[in-house]
Write a protein that binds this ligand. Sequence first.
Ligand code: GAL
Length: 369
Amino acid sequence: MKTLASCALHFAFCTLHFAFCISYSSVAHATQPARAADPSGKETSAAPSAVQLRTFSPGAVWPDTNGVHINAHGGGILYKDGTYYWVGEKRGRQQEALGFNVYSSKDLYNWRYEGVALAPVEGDPQHDLAKGCAMERPKILYNDRTKKYVMWFHLELRGKGYSAARAAVAISDKVAGPYKFLRSFRPNGNMSRDMTLFQDDDGAAYHIFASRDNVDMRICRLTGDYLGPTSEDRVISSDEREAPAMLKHRGKYYLITSACSAWAPNAARLYKADSIRGPWSNEGNPVRGPNANTTFGCQSTHVLPVAGREGAFIFMADRWRGNGNLIDSRYVWLPIQFDGDRVVIEWMDHWDLRWFDKAGRTDIPVGRS
Ligand code: GAL
């Protein structure tokens, strides 16, 4: 039987313990602005983060406006009406694919969570998106003619490893979704794994994808509504490349790719062409400096043109945590430098968009920081 004294002691201890926890958590929040993502993949409610980010810190935990590490891997970004929308893989425990998350931002540093754009389907094992499928590398374009947002992504069917090698298409009236799944297929009968989309200045859009068991990198023009492939379908390279990310600068087309080593990083390689129809030349690794041979431990996913700044492009890459928790994979964003018509990417611990101003022109001398 508890005595009054032991109850009082217990009460005092609990009060002290509670006070300690409260003060510890506020210290932890202040000193560690972001909580690493919950490995279960659940978005836990978090106190709004007072931290306003003003720089990019490649490879660091990147808190959204709720203070939770952004969960949008292998992603792409669409700029629409003054806002950037980042769509990427929502990852859970280990390699769990939970569909695609969307975040929005006006300044590229601070991202607000907008929700799930497309989720795997529960309770219908025959569905192309049946839970257990792999949904990777989503990219979104806006079709000015149909006024629809069109999403393409890499789909692997549940229980079939990476053998299905399909592209999948979904559509929405709203950029952040929800998106309606339309279909999955092999474009013109070709295998389609890692992929990206590219919209040219004339409005034509292209699907760029690793094909023939990743031996070929193909580029296929999309139909006017962006919902399917056309017969304008060519091979860019047959060098076993993946993770394509494309940009156009001063009339030239550049494609950044990785080698094929699953979640493990490797050396990037750039291809260049005067026409989107090719021919494409192999320009070697655009990454310079220490760890260039592993692309700074990363794999390319997208090149983001900074809105309203001619010649300002951000290289977006994933530093995968493939053997642990994919959800905790990091983002490495770095400015693209042009040395004549060569693309150069160098490491920076921290940087911000003023970096592009400092150049005062579109070509930035290589080596400046
Ligand atoms: C990588 C690919 C990723 C993912 C991974 C699975 O090569 O770029 O998107 O598919 O393989 O191992």
